[in-house]
Design a protein around this ligand. Structure first.
Ligand SMILES: [Ca+2]
Ligand SMILES: [Ca+2]
Ligand SMILES: [Ca+2]
Length: 499
């Protein structure tokens, strides 16, 4: 909603109130009339104060903050009614940590109304409240799948062969279990929420916001005493922009803060610290990724909020790493040479086309979907200005041979030399607004979250997602924000509290 749109709604709402009220004046005594007038004044003042709050939020969102201002609703047009001449007083106070208090006061006749809100800017997107979040099609096909924590999709969410969900299930469209049921809490219809509101995914097409963070907060990656990345990798002429990061228990990858790699990142092994690695193209999870200092258990021991609070408090300083790819996250050996075939491409190559219609979701048969025309306003989901087709091998492969990557181990000549299809463990928060694709080993455990537009994960035997409660918005935003890793932010301004 933009500012102009809101002012118009206020004016129209008032007109309705005014005329409805006006028609009943004829039948009232003077006392009743005064009473009604006072009520109307209060209502008018409320609408105006609300308009002031909207203006304050608009200012916070657009980094156009004025500490105190007085304005009227009247725009360029001729006034529609006298309300447009009433003053609205707005103050904005910076509370630190990206939160602001907006106070708006308006007086109409004898009625005065003051509204207060506390808003948060630059908070991680709400998509991080889920262990598994897919913008398009959420699908749990197989009894070996277990999700501990809430799961969500903006499109439909399909379940087959009785997977297990210990949490709530939300979807923007239908939730369907194939008539076979879902084990765990998610199997109870009370915990299924089809046709939920759409949650917007952060867009990583333009990484400049994260590059600023990397620069100003001095993010780094160190392995065995050598600093491999300082802030941004790929902005100097002598840097390739593509890097291989391998950690071991004695020589882990040490991350501190936010770093941006402009090209591809190939990563595996042991990692420690807190931070986020952003890649301008793909992130390759070549093999297991394990925290050096992981939380003592991947999940809180109970299901109540205080168990989560205690668990988060106890582990707030343990390792916590995010991976944000502007293009794709590729798991395993896509060449299919080490650890068996990759298979993910069979699913993936039927996904990704942006001719998805007005709702931004494929296979919903809405306006403009599959019409062969690119309505960029709705359909340019990744914001790159061109219509993306389905994924293909050029999306999957590294952009240059791995031997040309910085820090490529000497014995690695081909991608298959660094990767395999037997992953059993991924610790971390994995985010992409394109595809998460890959092949897992026989008993895969993901401790963190998988958030992507499209997902094509092929697993064997079992796969378990343990949502890392530390990234829930309860702990990463608002007045009590105490987990502060720079996960992809929501463009919106969240209202934390209002009264
Ligand atoms: Ca659609
Ligand atoms: Ca279209
Ligand atoms: Ca596009």
């Amino acid at each position: 909603m933009n500012k102009k749109g809101f002012a118009l709604i206020v004016a129209m709402t008032f007109l309705t109130v005014f005329f409805v009220g006006g028609s009943s004046y004829l039948y009232m005594t003077t006392n009743e009339l005064k009473h009604t007038e006072r009520q109307l004044d209060r209502q008018k003042a409320f609408f105006l104060a609300e308009a002031g709050i909207e203006r304050g939020i608009w200012r916070v969102k657009n980094s156009n903050i004025v500490n105190a201002e007085t304005f009227q609703l009247k725009g360029d047009q001729d006034p529609v009614n006298y309300l447009e001449d009433e003053n609205i007083n707005v103050t904005i106070t910076d509370l630190g940590g990206g939160s602001y208090q907006v106070i708006s006061t308006s007086q109409v006749g004898t009625g005065t109304k003051t509204l207060n809100v506390i808003v948060q800017k630059g908070a991680p997107s709400r998509v991080f409240d889920y262990g598994y979040f897919i913008n398009n099609w959420g699908w749990f096909y197989g009894s070996g799948i277990t999700a501990k924590g809430d799961v969500r999709s903006n499109g439909r969410f399909d379940f087959r062969s009785r997977p297990r969900v210990d949490g709530e299930i939300c979807a923007g469209y239908e939730i369907y279990d194939g008539g076979q049921g879902i084990r765990g809490k998610g199997g109870n219809p009370e915990n299924q929420h089809p046709f939920s509101e759409k949650l917007d995914m952060p867009n990583l097409y333009d990484l400049s916001y994260y590059e600023d963070k990397a620069r100003t907060r001095g993010g780094s990656i160190v392995v065995d005493g050598t600093t491999l990345i300082e802030g941004i990798f790929g902005d100097d002429e002598d840097e390739t922009g593509n890097i291989v990061l391998v950690g071991t228990s004695s020589k882990p990858i040490e991350i501190n803060g936010t770093v941006v790699v402009r090209g591809d990142v190939v990563i595996k092994g042991v990692i420690k610290g807190q931070g986020v690695i952003y890649a301008g193209r793909n992130i390759y999870v070549a093999d297991d990724i394990r925290y050096k200092n992981a939380p003592s258990s991947p999940r809180p021991s109970g299901n109540n909020p205080s168990a989560a609070d205690n668990w988060v408090n106890a582990h707030k300083d343990n390792d916590l790493v995010g991976f944000g790819a502007a293009e794709n996250i590729i798991m395993g050996d896509y060449t299919g040479r080490t650890g068996g075939s990759w298979y993910s491409n069979y699913w993936l190559f039927g996904m990704g086309d942006e001719d998805v219609g007005q709702d931004g979701i494929p296979d919903t048969n809405d306006l403009y979907e599959d019409d062969g025309v690119f309505q960029s306003q709705y359909e340019d989901l990744d914001g790159d200005g061109v219509k993306d087709g389905n994924y293909n091998w050029s999306d999957i492969r590294t952009q240059v041979p791995i031997s040309e990557f910085t820090n490529c181990p000497k014995d690695v000549r081909d991608f298959r030399d660094v990767a395999d299809n037997a992953l059993n463990r991924m610790d971390g928060i994995f985010y992409t607004n394109h595809a998460f694709a890959g092949r897992a080993g026989y008993g895969m455990q993901i401790n963190g979250s998988i958030i992507s537009k499209d997902e094509a994960i092929v697993y064997r035997n079992t796969i378990t997602v343990n949502y890392d409660e530390r990234i829930h918005s309860r702990y990463t935003s608002g007045e009590e924000r105490f987990i502060d890793v720079d996960l992809p932010i929501s463009k919106s301004v969240d209202i934390i509290r209002w009264w």
